[in-house]
Design a protein around this ligand. Structure first.
Ligand code: CU
Ligand code: ZN
Length: 169
């Protein structure tokens, strides 16, 4: 436990607290679109703000995937960004992928307002997300709490309905 606290402090210190990123969310088929900005915080971590529309009502898994490759749409963005080889989990769980940002929630109008502060990701460095992809899923991320391989790797969040590459802003 002490080791984890020390490690997290170490990682947070790596955030430059000045970098900003932007991702424009698009897909070819599902009609999901949106825009997100990512701002590093002086105390460590990143503040993510934006709006995503065209979603079904309810919760949708929301992750950073490892590759900024849209050759085959969201399908070629790789798996959850996981530089420390952990299992999938909730954003506040001890064991999580660096890219595990939990869920966003859309209302009946299909719009999700995103306002998330995550303490693990940075824009650059070991946990840097610049150049990678942010992905929105068709279903809810179960946060790794079910006793299945799928839950422990992807959160069983379903297909990838929207994604965007995080670029320098
Ligand atoms: Cu994902
Ligand atoms: Zn994950």
């Amino acid at each position: 436990m002490l080791k984890l606290v020390v490690l997290l402090g170490f990682l947070a210190a790596f955030c430059a607290a000045e970098n900003k990123g932007i991702a424009i969310i698009t897909t070819g088929v599902s009609g999901v679109s949106g825009s997100l900005t990512f701002t590093e915080l002086s105390g460590g971590g990143v503040h993510i703000v934006g709006t995503i529309k065209g979603l079904t009502r309810g919760k949708h898994g929301f992750h950073i995937h490892s590759k900024g490759d849209l050759t085959d749409g969201c399908g070629s963005t790789g798996s959850h960004f996981n530089p420390y080889n952990k299992t999938h989990g909730a954003p506040d769980a001890e064991h999580r992928h660096v890219g595990d940002l939990g869920n966003i929630e859309a209302g009946a109008n299909g719009i999700a307002t995103v306002d998330i502060t995550d303490k693990i990701i940075c824009l650059t460095g070991e946990t840097g997300i610049l150049g990678r992809a942010v992905v929105v899923h068709s279903g809810e991320d179960d946060l790794g709490l079910q006793d299945t391989d799928e839950s422990h790797t992807t959160g069983s969040a379903g297909s990838r309905v929207g994604c965007g590459i995080i670029g320098i802003l």
